[in-house]
Design a protein around this ligand. Structure first.
Ligand code: 5AD
Length: 333
């Protein structure tokens, strides 16, 4: 039986018995999505952002960031290298950088689709017409976290943005036939366990295809520098509970988890996760895409990212996904 709100709050608060929750989530994962771990090559192609989210290291007002934009050629070349390594999905992520107009993005998407891979976009809020154009150009999936469903907290942390608008963007993306990924941060200042439980039910009701859940990690050059941040264990319990609510979706072991513990992603793979998104951005850029400090993999090469992660997956008795790794709905619980 899927947990209700009260049960979710209990699961989120029960640190003592979390191993039982992780085991259960691991079993639900195995039965519904199997032992394959899907790898997605993540390209962080621009760290320029029009938004000013209080938690984020690449927020507009952080003048200490060295800003960059990758050219279309550079992007295509980075994608080609990732595909040569074996990635079957390329994720294009950036700040909300309007230099990448619909026409420009469509050219990039079309070029990468020629490589016979799934293309996932993570560009933030755009217009319906833009989402539609990207989809027609061949984009398969879109990732955009709702971050929190506590609207007051959202509006405090994301000044100038509208929770309702973000929600409408998610609905538009879904309607356009993308596979929809969303998610939250846990451990935000003022966020309660009841609020996180509400987030999980929101994501269930939205019928997302992928859920990215990570701990909030305070960045020293942001207004939240002095806040506490989320713990790995709470993030893992939240992720495991998500697996119980949506048994057959894709759930990544997130980079933020790895940033709090050298084996954070391995722990996640044993608590419900079935996806890893290694960073394949070129070394000259990746240190500047600092959403939070200590971001795991900042000095890895794409080859190392693929082979080191691959080895760890095999050591767990799991296999590396050989297909696109799209969400497939099952009926099993
Ligand atoms: N700590 C953890 N995660 C963060 N993100 C942004 N800033 C931080 C931070 N300080 C997450 C947000 C965003 C995703 C790309 O990165 O959830 O959606």
């Amino acid at each position: 039986m899927a947990p209700d709100k009260e049960e979710l709050i209990r699961l989120l608060s029960d640190e003592e018995n979390q191993d039982a929750l992780f085991q259960k989530a691991d079993e639900v994962r195995r039965r519904n999505v199997g032992n394959e771990v899907h790898l997605r090559g993540l390209i962080e192609f621009s760290n320029i952002c029009r938004n000013n989210c209080l938690y984020c290291g690449i927020r507009r007002d952080n003048a200490d960031v060295c800003r960059y934009r990758m050219s279309e050629d550079k992007l295509a070349e980075t994608a080609r290298q990732a595909v040569a390594l074996g990635f079957k999905t390329i994720v294009l992520q950036s700040g909300e950088d309007m230099y990448y107009t619909a026409a420009r993005m469509c050219r990039i998407i079309e070029a990468i689709k020629k490589l016979d891979v799934a293309v996932t976009l993570s560009l933030g809020e755009r217009t319906y017409a833009e989402y539609k154009a990207f989809r027609l150009a061949g984009a398969d999936r879109y990732l955009m976290r709702i971050e929190t469903t506590d609207k007051e907290l959202y509006h405090r942390l994301d000044p100038g943005m509208s929770w309702q608008h973000r929600y409408e963007c998610l609905l538009a993306i879904k309607e356009l036939g993308y596979e929809l990924g969303s998610g939250i941060m846990v451990g935000l200042p003022g966020q309660s366990l009841a609020s996180i439980a509400g987030d999980l039910l929101f994501l269930r009701d939205l019928q997302i295809d992928m859920a990215g859940i990570g701990p909030f990690i305070p960045h020293p050059k942001t207004p939240l520098a002095k806040e506490k941040g989320g713990t790995l264990n709470l993030a893992l319990r939240t992720m495991a509970a998500m697996r119980l609510l949506l048994p057959d979706i894709n759930i990544p072991a997130t980079t933020a988890m790895e940033s709090l513990h050298p084996d954070g992603r391995i722990k996640a793979l044993c608590a419900g996760a079935n996806v890893i998104m290694p960073n394949v951005t070129g070394g000259e850029y990746r240190k500047f895409y600092e959403l939070y400090p200590g971001k795991a993999g900042a000095d890895e090469t794409p080859l190392y990212a693929y082979s080191a992660v691959g080895k760890k997956i095999l050591a767990l008795g799991r296999t590396i996904g050989t297909g696109y790794g799209s969400h497939r709905r099952t009926t099993a619980g």
